[in-house]
Design a binder for this molecule. Structure first.
Ligand code: ADP
Length: 334
């Protein structure tokens, strides 16, 4: 999609995010719990001069999983090799990645929940014993050749930790659950990025952006770049004006919801009378991918108290209904 608020990285961002990426744990804003957990884990490994345990980073897109993987490499002085679930379509793809590792490498596998099932067994063995069995030939003549691997640390990211088979989940020494950022932390992210980009913005403008960035650093940085553009094109305009204009232009509403968030709420509220409605029915009603709704839209609406997941399906809460413009009649119990 071309939505401004879609949390997936755009082509522009894959090229430019590097410049705004914090390079150390100390520079990584927010997520105090995860930062504290990682600090201990990395320091203990360094003290014993061994590779840190395998680490799973779970959470919605744009919250800093790739950034943390790079930081784990930097903090431990290890090289980071990059791969992703969709790139691993066969066990052979994984064998190629694993056999190219050198001792101590950090292997980052983004979107690990999308890795081919046929590669899972190989990954289990690799994570546990740093070895794999490579199958050669087919049918009755097939043999397996054992291959020793260099000790490595797997850092895997997923937006769907619930979709990982439990034998895989169990092989990580530590799972970091990234949470949406609160506005105060997003203000710090934005202040840092504004300084790096040389965009002068008053505190009020930063505050407004932080409040409407969907709890997501990637979206905050993206809106900031659009504000920078606005200031460049409209000479003499002030920061708060630029922020309001950018938000309006890119269709971010007062609550920081984007087009897709609103479409989901609107559909539950109006088509399905507040719910409950099943995920696939909901997805079909707005022509969106169920996976995107589940891993991107819902976590934020749930955290904002506008949507609830129930065993019978998704329901809009009174706040969600109000946001979708439904007038809720008070009942006698209220
Ligand atoms: P993910 O891998 O979870 O989709 P990324 O690690 O790519 O997210 O982060 C997206 C962008 O947001 C990065 O360019 C980075 O600059 C910024 N970012 C993420 N987390 C933080 C943070 N804690 N502090 C500062 N910037 C952050």
């Amino acid at each position: 999609t071309d939505d401004l608020v879609q949390p997936e990285a755009t082509v522009e961002e894959i090229a430019f995010e590097g410049a705004l990426r914090p390079g150390s744990l100390a520079e990584f804003v927010g997520q105090p719990k995860v930062r504290g957990q990682l600090e201990v884990l990395l320091r203990a490994a360094a003290m014993q001069d061994r590779s840190p345990d395998h680490i799973l980073l779970a959470g919605p897109p744009g919250l800093g999983k790739t950034t943390l993987a790079m930081i784990i490499g930097a903090e431990t002085g290890r090289a980071v090799r990059l791969s992703s679930g969709p790139a691993i379509q066969h066990a052979g793809d994984l064998a190629a990645v694993l056999s190219a590792l050198t001792p101590g490498d950090v292997l980052f596998v983004d979107e690990i929940h999308r890795m081919a099932r046929s590669a899972e067994e190989m990954l289990y063995l690799a994570m546990e014993d740093f070895r794999i069995d490579i199958m050669v030939g087919k049918g009755a003549g097939a043999t397996s050749i054992p291959l020793e691997l260099a000790p490595f640390t797997l850092v895997a990211a997923t937006t769907r930790s619930g979709m990982l088979p439990s034998p895989l989940r169990d092989r990580f020494g530590f799972t970091a659950h990234l949470e949406f950022y609160d506005p105060v932390d997003l203000e710090r992210v934005l202040r840092r990025s504004a300084d790096l980009l040389g965009v002068p913005l008053p505190a009020e403008a930063i505050g407004e952006l932080a409040r409407r960035s969907r709890g997501t650093p990637r979206i905050a940085n993206r809106l900031l770049r659009r504000v920078r553009d606005w200031l460049l094109v409209h000479e003499g305009s002030d920061g708060i004006e630029a922020v309001r204009a950018a938000l309006l232009l890119y269709d971010v509403d007062e609550a920081g919801l984007d087009r897709l968030d609103r479409a989901v709420l609107h559909s539950i509220a109006h088509r399905f009378r507040g719910g409950p409605v099943g995920l696939s029915t909901l997805a079909a009603s707005i022509g969106e991918d169920a996976d995107t709704i589940e891993s991107v839209v819902e976590p934020y609406l749930v955290r904002e108290g506008m949507l609830a997941r129930t065993p019978r399906g998704r329901v809009a809460t009174p706040e969600g209904l109000a946001h979708a413009g439904v007038v809720v009649q008070p009942t006698l119990d209220d």
